[in-house]
Design a protein around this ligand. Structure first.
Ligand SMILES: [Zn+2]
Length: 305
């Protein structure tokens, strides 16, 4: 199943989103809480992970969705990773944490509740994946549907793949590669992973996923850059349509990202938004043709303003 018309519509949806959160950071901290497990089904080819233990309340719907996704992600990458990197896949073993930030209990690698509130991350030093099961994921699920939860986890899994493959690159490169890997998994999940997701539901989940994009004006070489909405959809689609080999080839500058710092104070003050009449007079009749020619000539590093 391929949903080719999905992505252009997603871009329109995402232009209205403004919330951003950081991801993938923090310091070590102890944690303790109850656990629950879930038995889930996965793709038929891969060796099956029968039980996924989540540190968190499985009565919380996002944790239940997470348990199913984690089971499938472990199995999917156990089958895919050896073909891609020529070595056995090491399952993510540090733990999975559906965190209630207001409880005061912190997952590994979180130094404070602020590190996990509104966030989801993979922590390589502990091989841990954690998510905000109180704010971020319930809110995303409510607004964008169930499939946004596995997509967020598939992105974090992309970082776990990077840790195993010793990927090195700018933050923005690692982020869009993780998006690409998320797209690879999403295609599998819809095709043969047991996820019944239609085009509208995938649209919606991607729109929610892009809530995590950088604000306009973020320099792609900044330590915290995660990719613009355009970069992220492009990378997700790349993985979704073309598979993991495409993602593996990502390196700094390839693919080019369109994320640029603001050129001047006026640009920054407007948030990168052009005045209305400038937009109306400046929009080309055939945006697609113009866009293609622009991107062909695009250089990731801008010259001085
Ligand atoms: Zn990330």
């Amino acid at each position: 199943m391929r949903i080719n018309s999905t992505f252009s519509r997603v871009l329109v949806v995402c232009a209205t989103l403004v919330l951003t959160v950081g991801a993938c950071g923090g310091k070590d901290a102890d944690t303790s809480s109850g656990s629950a497990s879930s038995s889930t089904s996965a793709g038929s080819e891969a060796p099956e992970v029968k039980d996924v233990t989540i540190d968190g309340d499985l009565d919380n719907p996002v944790n239940e969705l997470a348990a199913k996704a984690i089971s499938d992600l472990q199995n999917y990458w156990a089958a895919e990773y050896p073909d891609l990197y020529g070595e056995a896949y090491r399952p993510v073993e540090g733990g999975f944490y559906g965190v209630i930030p207001s409880s005061g209990k912190l997952p590994p690698c979180a130094g404070s509740a602020d590190d996990i509130a509104g966030n989801a991350y993979y922590c390589p030093s502990k091989d841990v994946i954690a998510w905000d099961a109180e704010g971020l994921l319930p809110n995303l699920r409510e607004r964008f549907g169930d499939f946004v939860v596995p997509i967020v986890l598939a992105h974090e899994w992309g970082h776990a793949i990077q840790a195993r493959s010793n990927f090195e690159g700018l933050t923005v490169t690692s982020e869009i590669q993780a998006d690409c890997f998320a797209g690879v998994w999403a295609a599998h999940a819809i095709d043969d992973g047991g996820y019944d997701v239609n085009a509208a539901e995938l649209d919606s989940a991607l729109a929610g996923f892009l809530v995590l994009r950088d604000e306009p004006g973020t320099d792609s070489e900044s330590e915290n850059a995660h990719g613009s909405g355009f970069d992220r959809v492009n990378a997700f689609q790349n993985g979704f349509d073309d598979g993991a080999t495409e993602c593996k080839a990502y390196k700094d500058g390839t693919p080019a990202v369109v994320e640029l710092p603001f050129n001047n104070a006026a640009d920054a003050a407007s948030g990168g938004n052009a005045p209305y009449d400038q937009i109306i007079n400046g929009v080309p009749y055939d945006w697609r043709t113009t866009g293609r020619s622009c991107f062909r000539n695009f250089s990731r590093r801008p010259g001085p303003p």
